[in-house]
Ligand binder design. Structure first.
Ligand code: COA
Ligand code: AMP
Length: 620
């Protein structure tokens, strides 16, 4: 018997044509794959469908309207509510009607800047229902980050809530939205705010509208037909420069790939309860809080809380028991946080977690020690899966719905069907097993992966498809072992991963460099036992005798104001100069190695080796 990967290898188009039959198209596609000269792939382009219809109406029409679709569990507000497929469909249809009333048409963009409440999922699905393109911006991003997304996506409407809740702190969204709109060149027509009882917002701008009033005035609308290659959403992610990239996901490939992954990768069946403890602002939230589980007829959970502190490190186990969760997905940081509070896993025994079949971890490398602790504590398979905002679903994983393989700690197991993963050297030559290099994926990328960068096809080609002819550059480094297991060791570019959140060191550098007393700076990642990585700045001042501690404090404040608290920027090392090559490039790899106490050969191209002495002194 051949396995899925072999079946895909022997006839990729036939494999995906077959998988496409698992979704309820209005008109099935005739064209399976089309590719541009540069290798960009578009899947199922002439199929007619609607992603919201597939996620909601399809289940209602097939007699599952009464089944639970979404459970909202909010320890920070004490609220608990569930929605059946019928209820979620009906409420979403009204939100879609509200958007239509506000003038949103097929192909228009809508920004969603919301906390983890059911209306965030409804807003996403409502956009899909009318063929509008949503762009969810993580609620932890500050106004300037939101502004840059407003300018790039050019939304007609911004949907938001009055506040988010961070354990014991209320985060007011409305002032940030107003500030972002003020900063942006593009001005949305409406800003619709859902008032939360924890903290209402002042709706004092001419474009402000109250969510409930708009909803009351709206009629429910049905799903429109869109093409397989019509965009479903834009999700901005950090690249190596400060300007975020708008990953474009198309409707057809997305629905087929997610449906397949729910079955093959995650081993979920219709009616199972799948819980991603993440946030709708990240790709995990898009794929595995909202779309994947619903497309597959599973119950999803929107959890407005943290793995610890809400109220304690038993929160995950409480949710698993209370909602009979079959599989949970979160970032390794979440489990490291739980382990730190409850090293012996004593809180697990307070709950009945028998429903749990598997734990999935992604967003950052699952270190062997955390994996071992999770395995010992929970007694179920702990599955690492490697992927990115760009791919939308796992590039490598153990296929829990197929022939699950034995787990090797530190490895995301093997490439998933659709992904021909290769390890290349810097010249694009394949490396042998065991040799570490750049992880690349042979084109075409499978369904569900990014089709372009929003409004910037040249940037898409330049960022992803031009390093090695015929390959997608993942930005990660790693190797295959002798059994074909993939080990992903970390980014080879300037992307930093903080608590499973992807940020750009370049973005942080831009903020620091804007301080009037800063001459130049370099931000690199420092290892952190809890959050994986933390950003650290090496900063050269113009001249600030006696002012350094004030400047350090200001830099922390500026990064919080410009990017957000999630950047976790706390440490600046003030140095007299930065190590550079003779052509003036800052040697960030050398700085990173020195910061993390690693040995690295100093490149022969260094301009002035004595520049390292100063760095050594401040790190002592
Ligand atoms: N809105 C506003 N602020 C937010 C926010 C949001 N949605 N999410 C986080 N923040 C703030 C936090 O309040 C914190 O602010 P502070 O510096 O004033 O305390 C800061 O950003 C850092 O947040 P975080 O990294 O989440 O740290 P934490 O100490 O609050 O929590 C963990 C630590 C480990 C519990 C948390 O990082 C976590 O749950 N990690 C799991 C990661 C995850 O789910 N990733 C998703 C990708 S799969
Ligand atoms: P994001 O686009 O925010 O999902 O971040 C993607 C990046 O997170 C990848 O390029 C990796 O650097 C890292 N990442 C995600 N999952 C894993 C994993 N399972 N193992 C190692 N790194 C991972």
């Amino acid at each position: 018997m051949t396995n899925d990967y072999q079946q895909w290898q022997s006839d990729p188009l036939e494999f995906w044509r077959y998988q496409a039959q698992s979704i309820d198209w209005f008109t099935p596609p005739e064209t399976i794959l089309s590719q541009s000269n540069e290798g960009a792939a578009s899947w199922f382009e002439d199929g007619e469908m609607n992603t919201c219809y597939l996620a909601l109406d399809h289940h209602v029409l097939n007699g599952h309207g009464h089944q639970k679709a979404l459970i909202y569990d909010s320890p920070v507000t004490g609220k608990l509510r569930s929605y059946s497929f019928q209820e979620l469909r009906d409420e979403t249809a009204k939100v879609a009607g509200m958007l239509v009333e506000l003038g949103v048409k097929k192909g228009d963009t809508v920004i969603i800047y919301m906390p983890m409440i059911p209306q965030a999922a409804m807003a996403m699905l409502a956009c899909a229902r009318i063929g509008a393109v949503h762009s969810v911006v993580f609620g932890g991003f500050a106004a300037p980050e939101l502004a840059s997304r407003i300018d790039d996506a050019e939304p007609i409407v911004i949907l938001s809530a009055s506040c988010g809740i961070e354990v014991n702190r209320i985060v007011e969204y409305k002032p940030m939205i107003d500030a972002a709109i003020n900063l942006a060149n593009h001005k949305p027509t409406y800003s619709v705010v859902l008032q939360r009882e924890e903290k209402a917002a002042l709706l004092d701008q001419p474009i402000d509208r109250d969510w409930v009033e708009c909803l009351d005035a709206a009629e429910a609308v049905g799903p429109v037909s869109v093409r397989g290659d019509d965009p479903l959403y834009i999700l901005y992610t950090s690249g190596t420069t400060g300007k975020p990239k708008g990953v474009v996901r198309q409707n057809g490939g997305h629905a087929v790939a997610l449906k397949y992954s729910m079955d093959a990768v995650y081993g979920m069946k219709h009616g199972d309860v799948f819980w991603s403890a993440s946030d709708v602002g990240w790709v995990v939230g898009h794929s595995y809080i909202v779309y994947g589980p619903l497309l597959h007829g599973c119950t999803t959970i929107m959890f407005e809380g943290k793995p610890v502190m809400t109220p304690d490190a038993g929160a995950f186990w409480r949710v698993i028991e209370q909602h009979s969760v079959n599989a949970i997905f979160s970032a390794p940081t979440a489990f490291r946080a739980i382990r730190r509070e409850d090293p012996d896993g004593l809180l697990v025994s307070k709950y009945d977690i028998d429903s749990l079949r598997c734990v999935f971890a992604a967003g950052e490398r699952l270190d062997p020690s955390t994996q071992e602790w999770m395995s010992n504590t929970l007694g179920v398979p702990i599955i690492d899966n490697w992927w990115q905002t760009e791919t939308g679903w796992p590039i490598a994983s153990n296929l829990m719905g197929r022939e699950s393989l034995s787990v090797k700690p530190g490895s995301a197991t093997k490439p998933a069907p659709g992904f021909d993963v290769q390890i290349l050297d810097d010249h694009g030559q394949p490396l042998a097993q065991g040799e570490q290099g750049n992880i690349a994926i042979k084109l075409p990328l499978p369904p569900g992966c990014l089709a372009s960068v929003w409004n910037d096809y040249p940037r898409f080609i330049d960022s992803y498809l031009s390093d090695y002819l015929g390959y997608y550059t993942s930005g990660d480094g790693g190797y295959f072992d002798e059994d074909g297991y993939l080990f992903v060791m970390g980014r080879v570019d300037d992307v930093i991963n903080i608590a499973g959140h992807r940020l750009s060191t370049g973005d942080i550098e831009e903020v620091i460099a804007q301080h009037p007393d800063v001459a130049e700076c370099a931000v690199v990642a420092m290892h952190d036992d809890l959050k994986g990585e933390l950003p650290v700045g090496f900063v050269v001042l113009n001249s600030a005798d006696g002012q350094s501690s004030r400047i350090e404090t200001e830099l922390v404040g500026r990064v919080r104001q410009s990017i957000g608290a999630i950047a976790c920027y706390q440490h600046s090392h003030l140095v007299s100069r930065l190590p550079k090559t003779r052509s003036g490039k800052v040697l960030r790899k050398v700085l990173k190695a020195m910061l993390n106490g690693e040995n690295i050969a100093v490149p022969a191209t260094i301009d002035d080796p004595s520049s390292l002495d100063d760095i050594k002194k401040v790190l002592l």
